[in-house]
Design a protein around this ligand. Structure first.
Ligand SMILES: [Zn+2]
Length: 344
């Protein structure tokens, strides 16, 4: 679908919603877009049994990566959970805990001491953490928030959510305490409208990274001044990581949305010319091969040692998850996945 000029692409940011069919869709999608590897991110913290699905995906799609999520239902503390999950073969951790909704529901500041043993463990063992913190600024503004955000419950104006700056400060609190932590902030930390500040943070914290997973607003911001955006990408070529937020969509309409988004990212990185995505007037920065190699795979590979997974351990883990499934849907999905694995 795209001409990557022989450059391998790792998509560091995908998700799974369904069961066995979802795994099949994700594998086909990766092939269709021509990505060499993907990293599947668990949303366990939202209360669903995502670690089991993501670990199964890693087993069924050899060579791909999976980041685990912490559970807030488990009796085990975060450090014990992290050790067990890393020993199972997860390659890192995903935290959705900094998105305003989950942050409010969980009620624990990102820089709270209760997380410190977990962050320290990741820090000491060189394990990356990919954190979704905050959201686009317009989600705090009723008149400017897009309708999809309102429909998804992502309008944060009723006074019960933290502000964007409060969440940003919690992240800075984590970085201050854990300077060696390899922290990837998802969606450019929603700072594409303030490249000065985004750059200052990268200067201050040498183990900080941004993924450039859309929010399309990011690419609208970058198009405001292509020269400045290109200069940023060139200066921080070692700190930027490619991701898409692809997930196991099947219905045609959703598929078309994903096609536009994936093609938007390609045009932005590879072409130095204007282009359109829906009604958005965007502009590429046409990076040179050396920079593309880093952003598309080298940076992620450098900070994320790929672990192996063991079939018997995965089966044990899913069996245990099945015991804890309390939604019928989840039980069905995990059983289907289990059947796929036992066929291996
Ligand atoms: Zn995501």
């Amino acid at each position: 679908m795209f001409n990557f000029k022989g450059i391998r692409v790792i998509d560091c940011h995908i998700h799974i919603m369904g069961g066995a069919d979802g795994i099949g869709i994700l594998k086909k999608q990766k092939e269709r877009y021509g990505y060499d590897k993907v990293n599947i991110l668990s949303l366990e913290a939202t209360g669903s049994l995502q670690n089991a699905k993501c670990l199964a995906f890693k087993l069924l799609s050899p060579g791909d990566y999976a980041f685990a999520g912490l559970s807030y239902k488990s009796d085990d503390d975060f450090l014990s959970q992290a050790k067990a999950l890393y020993d199972l073969g997860f390659d890192g951790f995903k935290m959705i805990e900094g998105k305003p909704g989950p942050r409010k529901k969980i009620g624990i500041p990102l820089n709270a001491p209760v997380y410190d043993p977990f962050y320290s463990y990741c820090e000491e063992n060189g394990i990356p953490v990919l954190l979704h913190a905050a959201d686009p600024a317009v989600f705090w503004d009723e008149s400017k928030a897009p309708s999809f955000a309102k429909e998804s419950g992502w309008l944060y104006t009723d006074g019960t959510f933290l502000s964007k700056e409060e969440i940003t400060q919690e992240v800075i609190g984590v970085l201050e305490k854990h300077k060696q932590l390899k922290l990837i902030l998802a969606h450019f930390f929603f700072m594409s409208d303030d490249l000065k500040r985004a750059g200052d943070l990268l200067e201050e914290y040498p183990n900080l990274y941004y993924d450039i997973t859309p929010g399309t607003e990011m690419y609208v911001d970058f198009a405001q001044d292509t020269a400045i955006a290109r200069a940023f990408f060139e200066k921080y070529q070692d700190r930027i990581i490619f991701g898409t937020d692809n997930y196991d969509v099947d219905p045609q309409e959703e598929k078309e949305i994903k096609d536009v988004i994936n093609s938007l990212m390609y045009s932005f990185l590879f072409d130095d010319k204007p282009f359109k995505a829906w009604d958005l007037e965007l502009h590429g920065i046409g990076l040179s091969r050396e920079f593309l190699e880093k952003i598309l795979h080298k940076n992620f590979e450098r900070i994320t040692p790929l672990q192996g997974v063991d079939k018997a351990k995965v089966i044990d883990f899913i069996e245990n998850a099945l015991d804890h499934a309390n939604k019928e849907e989840e039980l069905k999905e995990l059983s289907e996945i289990m059947a796929l694995i036992t066929e291996l």
